[in-house]
Design a protein around this ligand. Structure first.
Ligand code: BGC
Length: 752
C-alpha cells in the first residue's frame, strides 16, 4: 500500500484550500451545517444507552379523541427516553407536557417529534390530492402544503405523513383519492411541490413540517384495487413507473419515507431489504429515516412472512426500517436480537443517527416548543383564497353543451346529497377539518332554490323526490351535486362498482325526464361511472372532494367569474370492468384500432368460432376510457399551431427545443394545460404508446398568441429495462403536443 508522504499531505492541504476558496458561501454554510449536525449526532449517540437508542425508534400513537390527563406511565416512558415520536396527540397541553418531560427530564434532552396525517390541509382543507393533481399546477400544490404546514405547525405538529406518491391505475382502490394519479412525470412534479411546501426552504423554521413520502413501494399496484393487496412488479415497472416520484422526493430532500402495507414481489415492504436499503439508501441516497406504516411491522406475521413478532422485528431491522409505528416489536425484541447476533448493533446506531439527524434538521433541539410568535392562523383569509383557487384549478369540466357559464339571473335549482354537506365535501383524511367552517354550494348560492333530495350519498329514502321535482320544474337550470360521502374513498374503502351510490341515479333520471338543462357536479374521491346517462347531461363538472371552499369556487365557476381549469390526472373509465386502465400502456401485438373493432352487438347470431376483430379490446366496453388522461374542457377556445423542433436529431449532451404557438381565438381569457407526450417506437424492451414528458399551464387573454418552449435532452427518453439497465438506444421518437393524451400534434426526432 502506498504511504501517505508529507508531500501528499501538503498537496492535499493545498487542494482543500483551493476547494474551500471556490465553494460558494451558501454551499459552504450548508456543508458547515451538515458537518455540525453530524458531529452533534455522533456526540449524542455516544452518550446513549442501548435502551435509549431503541426508544428513539418508537413512534407511539394516541387517539385524537383521547381526553383527560396524560397517564403517568406514559410520561414516565418519555422521561426514560423510551419514545422518540408521537402521532395524533392533539391536545396542545398534552403535547407541551410530553415535550417538557422529554427535554427537561429525559436522559439527554432529546425532543419528541409530533406527527399527524396533514394530507390536504389542516384546518383550511384543500381539494383531495387526486384533485390537486388535476390542477396540473405544482405552484398551487406548493401553496396548499405551505398553508397546511403553517396551520399544523402552529399547534406543534412538525411531521406530516404526506405526500402520498402512490401511482394508481385503478379507480376501485379507495386510496386513489390520495394519489397523484397514474403518471410518473406528473406525480414527480407534484412530489417536489408538496415537499417544498411542507418543508420550506429552511426546515429549522418552526413553521415547517418534515414531509413523508409514502407508501414505499407500489401500494397503488394492489391487485384488483383491493386495499393492502399484493403488488407484483417487473423491474421495468418498478423503476420506470412506481419509483420516479420517490426518487424526486429524495432529490428534493424529503425528510422521511413510510413503508407500504403491501408485499412487493413476495416480500412485505416493511421487511424488504431490496427496496428499503438497496434502492432507497444505496441507489437513491436517502439520508432521512424510514417509518413503518401503522402496525405494518407485525403484520408481516399475517402476510406469512414472519412467524412471530420477534422474527418480524429481525426482518425489519435487517431490511432497513428505522422507526416503528404503533406496534412494539422493536421495543420488545431489538436488544435481544442484537445480543443474539441476529441484528448488528451498528444497524441500531444507523437508525438512531437517521432519526436524530432529522430532529436536528428540524431545529427541535433549539426550539422544541411552538414559539409564542408563530404566525400560523387557522382559516386566514389568504388561506381560504388559496383553497378556493385550488378548487377552481382542480375542477375538471368533462362535458359542457353550452350550458356553462350560466347567464346572470338564471333561476337555478340546487339539489343533491353533496350540495350542503360541509363535512363530506372535505373528503378523506381530514381529521382536523371542520364541517361547520366549510362553505357548501348551498351556502354560496343563497339565491338558488334548494331541496336536498337525498341527505347523504347512500340515502335510499325517496321521501323528498316529489318536492325536488316540483321545485325543479320552476327553475331554468338544475344543478345536481352528487357523488360519494367522504368515507367512501380513502383507506380500506375500495369499491367494486363505480356508479353513484344509493339512489342518486334514480333521482337524476327523474330530473332528466323534466327536459330542463341539467348540470351534474360530482364531489367524489374517484372517477364515477356516468356512462349510462352522460348523453342526457348538459354539463358535467368533477370537483373531487373540494375541501373548505368548494361552495364559493362552484359559484364562481357556474357564473363564469372563474373557469374550471383542471385536467384528468387519471383515465376515467367507462365502467369498473375496464380497470386497471392507464394511458401509458403498451401496444401489444394486436393493438386495438377502430377499423377492426367488433362490438358485442356486431357479432352475427350463430357466428362461427373465431377471434373476430383480433385485437385487444372488450366487446362491451371497447378500448378507450370515457375520458382520457389529461382531458378537461374550458370556457374558452384555443388553437394549437404545429409542433416545431429546433433539430430532428438528438445526441447525448445536447438538447432540443420544442415550440408550439397557442392562440386564444375566443372572447374570454382562458387557461390551457399544454401537454407534451413521447413515444419511443422501438426499445430493448417494449415502450408505452405515450408518455408524458412536459406540461405547462398557461392563461391567455382573448386574442393572445403565445409560443411555449420545452427543452428536452436524451435523459428525457432514457428508461430502465428488465435487466436494470438505464439508457435509450438509437431510433425514432414521436413527439406529440396537445390538450390531452389522445388529441396530439406530432413530430418525430431521431436519437443517435
Ligand atoms: C395509513 C398511513 C397513515 C397512517 C397513520 C395508516 O393506516 O396507511 O397512510 O399515515 O395510518 O395515520
Amino acid at each position: 500500500m502506498k504511504n501517505f508522504s508529507s508531500i501528499d499531505a501538503l498537496l492535499l492541504f493545498l487542494f482543500l484550500l483551493i476547494c474551500h476558496a471556490c465553494t460558494p458561501p451558501s454551499v459552504e454554510k450548508e456543508n458547515a451545517n451538515t458537518t455540525d449536525i453530524e458531529a452533534k449526532v455522533d456526540a449524542l449517540l455516544a452518550q446513549m444507552s442501548p435502551e435509549e437508542k431503541v426508544g428513539q425508534l418508537a413512534l407511539r400513537g394516541r387517539s385524537s379523541r383521547e381526553k383527560g390527563a396524560l397517564p403517568e406511565s406514559l410520561l414516565e416512558r418519555v422521561r426514560r427516553g423510551q419514545i422518540g415520536a408521537f402521532l395524533n396527540v392533539m391536545d396542545t397541553s398534552h403535547m407541551r407536557a410530553l415535550q417538557r418531560v422529554a427535554v427537561e427530564e429525559g436522559p439527554h434532552g432529546i425532543p419528541l417529534l409530533f406527527a399527524r396525517d396533514v394530507i390536504h390541509g389542516f384546518k383550511t382543507i384543500f381539494p383531495i390530492p387526486l384533485g390537486q393533481a388535476a390542477s396540473w399546477n405544482p405552484e398551487l400544490v406548493e401553496t396548499g402544503s405551505r398553508v397546511a404546514a403553517l396551520e399544523a405547525s402552529s399547534v406543534g405538529i412538525r411531521w406530516t405523513f404526506a405526500p402520498m406518491l402512490d401511482l394508481c391505475q385503478d379507480s376501485r382502490w379507495g386510496r386513489i383519492a390520495e394519489s397523484p394519479g397514474e403518471d410518473p412525470y406528473l406525480a414527480s412534479q407534484l412530489a417536489s411541490a408538496y415537499i417544498r411546501g411542507f418543508q420550506g426552504s429552511d426546515l429549522r423554521q418552526p413553521t415547517t413540517m418534515a414531509a413523508c413520502a409514502k407508501h414505499f413501494l407500489a401500494y397503488g399496484a394492489a391487485i384488483g384495487g383491493r386495499d393492502y393487496n399484493t403488488a407484483v412488479l417487473s423491474e421495468e415497472l418498478l423503476y420506470n413507473l412506481y419509483l420516479p416520484p420517490f426518487r424526486t422526493a429524495v432529490d428534493q430532500g424529503v425528510s422521511t419515507v413510510m413503508t407500504s402495507f403491501n408485499e412487493v414481489n413476495g416480500v412485505p415492504a416493511t421487511g424488504n431489504q431490496k427496496i428499503l436499503t438497496d434502492i432507497l439508501r444505496d441507489q437513491l441516497g436517502f439520508d432521512g429515516f424510514v417509518v413503518s406504516d401503522w402496525n405494518s411491522l407485525t403484520e408481516m406475521i399475517a402476510h406469512g412472512f414472519a412467524r412471530d413478532a420477534k422474527r418480524a422485528a429481525e426482518l425489519a431491522a435487517r431490511a432497513g426500517l428505522d422507526m416503528e409505528m404503533t406496534s412494539q416489536a422493536y421495543d420488545d425484541f431489538l436488544l435481544d436480537l442484537i445480543a443474539e447476533g441476529l441484528v448488528p448493533e451498528s444497524q441500531l446506531d444507523f437508525y438512531v443517527r437517521n432519526i436524530l439527524r432529522t430532529k436536528f434538521r428540524l431545529g427541535l433541539f433549539e426550539r422544541p416548543y411552538v414559539p409564542a410568535d408563530h404566525p400560523g392562523t387557522f382559516y386566514a383569509p389568504d388561506h381560504l383564497e388559496a383553497a378556493k383557487t385550488a378548487v377552481v384549478e382542480s375542477s375538471v369540466l368533462l362535458k359542457n353543451e353550452g350550458l356553462l357559464p350560466l347567464a346572470p339571473g338564471t333561476k337555478v335549482f340546487l339539489t343533491g346529497p353533496l350540495a350542503h354537506q360541509g363535512r363530506e365535501q372535505l373528503g378523506t383524511w381530514t381529521f382536523d377539518g371542520e364541517g361547520d367552517r366549510t362553505r357548501t354550494p348551498h351556502d354560496a348560492l343563497p339565491e338558488a332554490t334548494f331541496v336536498e333530495g337525498l341527505s347523504y350519498s347512500r340515502d335510499r329514502d325517496r321521501g323528498q323526490f316529489a318536492q325536488v321535482l316540483a321545485a325543479a320544474r320552476r327553475a331554468d337550470v338544475i344543478v345536481f351535486v352528487g357523488g360519494e360521502e367522504a368515507i367512501l374513498s380513502g383507506e380500506a374503502h375500495s369499491r367494486g362498482k363505480l356508479r353513484l351510490p344509493g339512489i342518486q341515479e334514480d333521482l337524476l333520471s327523474e330530473l332528466i325526464q323534466l327536459d330542463k338543462p341539467i348540470a351534474l357536479v360530482l364531489m367524489a374521491g374517484r372517477p364515477i361511472n356516468v356512462s349510462d346517462y352522460l348523453s342526457d347531461l348538459d354539463a358535467l363538472l368533477m370537483m373531487w372532494h373540494p375541501g373548505t371552499m368548494g361552495g364559493p369556487a362552484l359559484r364562481e365557476m357556474l357564473y363564469g367569474e372563474a373557469e374550471p381549469s383542471g385536467r384528468l390526472p387519471v383515465s376515467w373509465p367507462r365502467a369498473a370492468g375496464q380497470l386497471p386502465y392507464f394511458y401509458n400502456h403498451k401496444s401489444t401485438g394486436r393493438p386495438a384500432n377502430p377499423e377492426k373493432f367488433v362490438g358485442i352487438e356486431d357479432i352475427p347470431v350463430g357466428a362461427w368460432q373465431s377471434s373476430l376483430g383480433n385485437e385487444s379490446h372488450y366487446l362491451d366496453l371497447g378500448y378507450t376510457p370515457l375520458f382520457p388522461f389529461g382531458y378537461g374542457l374550458s370556457y374558452g377556445e384555443v388553437q394549437y399551431g404545429p409542433l416545431e423542433v429546433s433539430d430532428t436529431v438528438l445526441v447525448e449532451g445536447q438538447s432540443l427545443e420544442l415550440r408550439v404557438t397557442l392562440t386564444n381565438t375566443g372572447a374570454r381569457s382562458t387557461t390551457e394545460v399544454v401537454q407534451l407526450y413521447a413515444r419511443d417506437r422501438f426499445g430493448r424492451v417494449t415502450r408505452p404508446v405515450r408518455e408524458l414528458k412536459r406540461f405547462q399551464k398557461v392563461t391567455l387573454p382573448p386574442g393572445e398568441r403565445q409560443t411555449l418552449r420545452f427543452t428536452v435532452t436524451m435523459d428525457d427518453f432514457k428508461y430502465y429495462d428488465s435487466e436494470g439497465q438505464y439508457g435509450v438506444e438509437s431510433g425514432t421518437i414521436d413527439l406529440f403536443v396537445g390538450s390531452d393524451c389522445t388529441r396530439a400534434e406530432g413530430r418525430s426526432i431521431d436519437i443517435r
